[in-house]
Write a protein that binds this ligand. Structure first.
Ligand code: GLY
Length: 600
């Protein structure tokens, strides 16, 4: 089945069942606390929370859409079988219950009718997950009974915790609720063979989630409390690419009609085979599509927020194209326009504008690379051995944004190697210096961290204090790095943070920003600082006299954060803008890493 057919089938199915088809909203959400649109329900938030009436605006309580989405948390996962930055989400909604509204029973019936009746999937291969009850909210026995009635055997109904089966609000406040997910067993050949393999398996992707049914009954309010909504809603989401690859029994959506043309073209231009270079091919294909959609919705490359995401996507795409030995090849983008212009109107007639913006960014990056290349070539002439020192490789990286993988590749073409160990040491030294407050250049933009750096330093202290409040006082700073675009913070903690914890942390930081706390600096002896409770960087050796930065409420005198740090910092938290975590990942054993940005 090709993508257009699946999209049509879904929308027609719901249209025939009295759903109003609503066009996708922009990737740029109207809610400023959210960077990009990540789910189909976002454009319906006000209806789902009961503030607006869908009957008035859409003439129906039943809606369905195919929504453009973008998940930044997945950028570094691209290349595997199942992740994409840009993707489409199919969804249906029943907003509010009156005589025509449906809830759990109706949503499950529709899902089974579509997957089994319309698409012909075998329900014996389904697993379903249900909320097992937590935080004063009961186990979803009702959903279990309904699934049983639909012939799903009890051992295929898996009870999961809130981490997997409570769908939280997109920004930290808003409508949410327990959910029930349909997972599909793609077959033994894709499995890890463990006896407990199933949905959310840590070892393989044999069983993949294809549809999430959210039973919206709650609203998370500004104090983080879950209040019962005055209405119940159904909110569902299907990962479109995921379902398409399941239907076609391909291991990945990169092997469906969506990406087929691009993959073939990359093979032609690079002379390399997809089979042997899957990760690079997939990154180029994914990022080409994403960049076109981001620019299509009016985003331009920059150093903050959405613009920074676009910049990163374009530069990463150029980098991987170079690794495959390709020059910029715009015919790749043509495949995106061919597939999507008839679906998303904003792509119609805007090809030249979109290409212009992307090309401009590519040229900027090319220039950066060219300068670095000239320097690298000069360097190579003066080196006696065939080893490029770590400092030299680092200098190219730091001052010219020259990716170390590229340095490595060019060097190897000329018979040189990089001293990777000393490169990593130089990188580490630089990060430590930056943590100690040195303003720095980083990430290929050659710009001073300056004012943005001070804001991100203060945001780092707020984050550190918020982490200790939300997940516990065992949290210790294990590393920190700031560049003009983002902060990165490593801390001791063994488990992945749940989306709920991330939201709570963001919320607390943003609350402190809003409270307009003041920041004061004092110099004192190390022991005094420590006995005053100032947090210190776990691995650091400090001089005898240190600077202590306190973030406090000038009216009540209450202190939110006290840390030993060389600065620089801003004077008041209100200078920071909106704090947003863009990534949470493992850094090393027992250490988690958060990357966060400030949005103006
Ligand atoms: N709102 C449902 C989902 O994104 O899965």
């Amino acid at each position: 089945m090709i993508s257009q057919e699946l999209r049509d089938k879904f929308l027609t199915f719901f249209k025939e069942r009295n759903h109003k088809i609503i066009p996708s909203s922009s990737l740029l959400p109207t809610d400023p606390s959210v960077l990009l649109t990540t789910a189909g329900m976002q454009q319906f938030s006000l209806y789902l929370s009961g503030k607006k009436d869908p009957l008035e605006d859409f003439g129906s309580r039943h809606l369905a859409s195919c929504q453009k989405c973008f998940r930044t948390g997945d950028i570094e996962e691209i290349g595997d079988d199942t992740h994409h930055t840009f993707f489409e989400m199919l969804g249906n909604w029943s907003i509010g219950q009156d005589e025509i509204g449906y809830f759990k029973e109706g949503a499950i019936q529709l899902a089974m009718d579509f997957l089994v009746g319309e698409l012909g999937l075998d329900k014996k291969r389904f697993y379903v997950t249900v909320f097992r009850g937590e935080n004063g909210i009961a186990k979803d026995e009702e959903a279990i009974d309904i699934w049983l009635k639909h012939g799903i055997s009890r051992e295929k109904i898996i009870e999961c915790s809130a981490k997997d089966n409570f769908w939280g609000p997109v920004s930290s406040i808003g409508p949410c609720g327990p959910c029930s997910e349909i997972h599909y067993d793609r077959g033994e050949h894709l499995g890890c063979g463990r006896p407990d393999c199933g949905p959310n398996c840590d070892y393989c992707k044999r069983v993949v989630e294809i549809w999430n049914l959210v039973f919206m009954q709650y609203n998370r309010n500004e104090d983080g409390v879950y209040e019962l909504l005055n209405q119940t809603n159904i909110d569902t989401g299907i990962g479109f690419e995921r379902l398409l690859s399941v239907l076609n029994e391909t291991g990945s959506a990169y092997e469906t009609d969506i990406f087929e043309g691009m993959i073939k073209r990359i093979e032609e231009v690079s002379g390399k085979k997809y089979e042997n270079n899957k990760q690079a091919f997939r990154i180029i294909a994914d990022h080409t599509r994403s960049a076109i959609f981001l620019v299509g919705d009016g985003i331009e490359p920059s150093n903050i927020g959405q613009g920074y995401i676009l910049r990163r996507i374009i530069r990463r795409c150029v980098r991987y194209s170079k690794m495959l030995g390709m020059t910029n090849d715009f015919s790749l983008g043509d495949y995106v326009f061919e597939k999507y212009s008839s679906v998303y109107n904003e792509l119609n007639g805007s090809k030249e504008r979109i290409y212009g913006i992307i090309r401009n960014e590519e040229e900027k990056f090319e220039k950066t690379i060219k300068t670095g290349l000239a320097i690298l070539e000069k360097k190579l002439e003066t080196i006696d051995s065939n080893i490029i020192s770590g400092e030299d490789a680092f200098d190219l990286y730091q001052s010219y944004g020259f990716p170390v993988e590229l340095t490595e590749e060019i060097a190897s073409e000329k018979g040189f190697k990089i001293d990777k160990v000393s490169f990593l040491e130089a990188l580490k030294k630089h990060q430590d210096l930056s943590r100690a407050g040195a303003e720095k250049k980083f990430g290929g933009v050659g710009k001073d961290a300056g004012e943005e750096g001070a804001k991100l330093h203060t945001a780092t202290h707020l984050l550190h204090a918020a982490l200790r409040q939300v997940i516990g006082s065992h949290v210790q700073q294990m590393g920190s790095d700031i560049n003009v675009e983002r902060l990165r913070f490593d801390f001791s903690h063994t488990q992945k943070l749940s989306s709920d914890e991330i939201k709570k942390i963001e919320e607390l930081v943003n609350q402190k920003i809003k409270e307009n706390l003041e920041i004061k600096k004092e110099e004192m002896g190390l022991e005094d600082a420590q006995s005053a409770g100032a947090l210190a960087f776990f691995k650091e050796k400090y001089p005898e006299t240190v600077k202590v930065w306190t973030i406090y409420n000038p009216t009540s005198g209450e202190c939110f954060s006290k840390e030993i740090c060389a600065g620089p910092h801003v004077n008041k938290t209100s200078e920071l803008g909106i704090f947003k975590i863009i990534k949470e990942e493992s850094s090393s054993a027992g250490v988690r890493r958060i990357k966060a940005v400030l949005i103006k």
